[in-house]
Design a protein around this ligand. Structure first.
Ligand code: VGL
Ligand code: ZN
Length: 202
């Protein structure tokens, strides 16, 4: 059972969005092209309340991309993004969403950020995704989306820990910081994640 997990392909992460991932829009046709090859497609949306703790605007005297600690955990302060119900939180208009069986939303608790599709950043609460995928019979899990070095990376790590055989689709993901991502990629390979391209799937 082959499952595709599409992470945070939302307007605010596109080059014209509030937290732009360079070339983020370029992954959309690649994600659309491979969808037919999967038995199950699941997507996530970053889905924050306006008063979310990860927004610099909600911290007096702080600027975008400042680093703080919350409950001892490092937190980057982001521009406002993916606010629940806004156009910025919607999927990219060209993403084919017809075959998406279920959408998991994360970052909904204003007191904690949630990069991984599986857990919040302190691993306190599960989104239920691991159980859902297991109950559906997922054996191979293919991950893609935005941002490769943040939400996709943290999701891949948790997915491996949950026992899924994981594939990272390189040309269906883009990083916020491509240099940082080169290192993370090596650590993913070391964890046993297989690197593939959309052409390998087609
Ligand atoms: C993300 C930063 C803040 C992501 C979400 O989807 O990678 N990055 N919130
Ligand atoms: Zn976010």
């Amino acid at each position: 059972m082959k499952t595709l997990l599409i992470i945070d392909v939302q307007n605010d992460f596109m080059p014209n969005g509030s937290l732009p991932v360079p070339y983020g829009n370029e992954i959309v046709p690649n994600i659309n092209a491979i969808q037919d090859k999967f038995d199950l497609i699941v997507a996530t949306q970053d889905w924050h309340p306006r008063d979310h703790v990860s927004f610099a605007n909600n911290h007096e005297g702080k600027s975008n991309f400042d680093e703080i600690k919350i409950h001892g955990v490092p937190q980057t302060l982001w521009p406002d993004h993916c606010v629940q119900g806004t156009e910025g939180a919607a999927f990219h208009p060209d993403l084919n969403t017809n075959k998406i069986e279920t959408i998991f939303r994360k970052g909904t608790d204003k007191t904690i950020d949630s990069y991984s599709a599986f857990y919040d950043n302190r691993h306190l609460k599960s989104t239920g995704l691991a159980g859902y995928l297991k109950e559906k019979g997922t054996s191979a899990l293919y991950l893609c989306g935005l941002a490769a070095d943040i939400c996709v990376y943290f999701s891949v790590r948790d997915a491996v820990k949950e026992g899924f055989s994981c594939f990272f689709i390189e040309d269906a993901s883009k990083a916020l910081d491509t240099k940082a991502f080169e290192k993370l990629k090596k650590s993913m390979v070391a964890m046993g994640i297989k690197m593939v391209t959309s052409a390998d799937i087609l």
